[in-house]
Design a protein around this ligand. Sequence first.
Ligand SMILES: Nc1ncnc2c1ncn2[C@@H]1O[C@H](COP(=O)(O)OP(=O)(O)OP(=O)(O)O)[C@@H](O)[C@H]1O
Ligand SMILES: [Mg+2]
Ligand SMILES: [Zn+2]
Length: 576
Amino acid sequence: MAYRALYRIWRPQSFADIVGQEHVTRTLQNALKEQRFSHAYLFNGPRGTGKTSAAKVMAKAVNCERGPAEEPCNECAACRGITEGSVVDVMEIDAASNRRIEEIRDIRDKVKYAPTQVRYKVYIVDEVHMLTPEAFNALLKTLEEPPAHVIFILATTDPHKLPATIISRCQRFDFRRIGSAQIVERMKQAILAENIEISDQALTFIARMAEGGMRDALSLLDQALSFGGEQIELEDVMAITGSASQAMLASTARCIMEGEASEALNVVQQLVQNGKSPEQFLDDLLFYFRDLLLYKTAPQLEEIQDRMMLDEQFRELGDAFDTSRLFLIIEKLNQAKNDMKRASQTRIMLELILIQLCQIGEQKSHVVVQAEATSGGKMSSEEVEQLKQRINMLEKQIKQLDRGNVGRQEAAPVSGTRKEPRRTGMQQTVKIPTGRIREVASASIEPQLKRLRSIWPDILHQVKSKSVRLHAWLLDGRPAALSQDGLVVCFKSVIHCETTARELNKQLIEEVVKGFINRPVELFTLMENQWEEISSSVGVSEQEQGEDTKQEEAQSEPVVDEAVKLFGEELVDIKD
Ligand SMILES: Nc1ncnc2c1ncn2[C@@H]1O[C@H](COP(=O)(O)OP(=O)(O)OP(=O)(O)O)[C@@H](O)[C@H]1O
Ligand SMILES: [Mg+2]
Ligand SMILES: [Zn+2]
């Protein structure tokens, strides 16, 4: 049997199945009860929180042969047909891949015809913010006077990219991030059927990593299942997500506590050697300090009570830090996290922030420092010297960055405006051959891509038979473009993206894909946000593409300002 992802199997089929969005489902159900629904809805909210699912349930509820009812029966021909996608009157349009104005014009032309199989024509337009301005205009015309038998449901993660004229014509619903407890609950339901044990700690951790997105949670769970055997523990999940070990976090926290900057830099070194990403580490560290703060201020909290790492070391650290210092550290880490989103030299950023944090320690525990100074000092002069050297080197690197010498030898990561990260530490950029990917994007053959997507589960399955591990990484990926000689797969997690791109892994996947599509293609992997930018720039006009590419590559990185800002006053102090 072909493999099916958990999040597909667990797509909500009724309003009751939609977790954590009661404020939306209740209102929709009331409208259904009173038979007063509007002709255009806008569902906005973070990824994987139930927008498309709710839209499909709504489509069924209005068309159910036993309705319109507060819940679809899911048994009649209309309900079943809509679930299967065989009812032509209910159309799911992915604006991300059908951005062209013709597609929308097509809707406009056909919208006037009455539905043929069910009561209402329902157009679900996903990722509606991706439409071109022309397509928006065409859509607007349709929304201005929608026929009585038509309902539009527009879904987006980025409502601010929508023209106000569109928004004002829709009844708007804001989907929220889903609480950890509710995510855990749903995951427990999902694994009941599987013959697998997974610890509560592991589930809590997954829920936390998913940051309120149910799809992300279920995908991570999927990876854990295919990775971890019959008994899955916290450590398995951490390995999949590329999270830093607790020991590493604890020792970094200890360095910060004791103002041991050089020690902290060693941790970074080790981290990079282990192939972990600085972004992810920063995130993990942020959570660690957050937990320390919670432990101090609200130890009775359930979340802290069953905190997986409530071990001796954690307690000790919790007792050692004072609350105001924890606040300060969290604030700094948060700021650094924002800065890092725009930086390409993430390792340097991480090192700088750690040095800063170690200094907070020094400033705060002034008394201790003075005591040490009179007793000959805690740092040997040699250590101080080493630290100075390291800082000098960082300074130099930043100057180089300033002149644009570093980090642009290879194709530059796509820069520019980026939307809010979807999942902790997983929305960073990866070095990619922008030009080649553009080529593939603009030469993508839609019908073939469609077919590839439909057989993707089988491809995954075959990859799994060759490498369970690689399968676990690749599960995060989604085929985004397929040309004659190239395949673009985008990822949500940097770790998965980079690991899949390793030469041997890449070869293995290319080999499998070749078996399915009967020709060799080169595999390109990149992050979802990078893909978004590339595909939208390609989609606007294919003729402009050549010049566009050059422009993109010549763009500079905004890292310098950020790094220099970070570098500022505090480091000067160290030398005193
Ligand atoms: N609120 C929810 N309750 C239960 N399951 C959910 C919920 N939200 C998402 N899921 C799970 O995630 C999958 C994807 O959800 P859905 O497509 O509805 O999200 P979305 O908000 O449309 O995401 P995107 O913005 O990426 O399109 C569903 O099949 C389901 O398994
Ligand atoms: Mg959706
Ligand atoms: Zn029905």
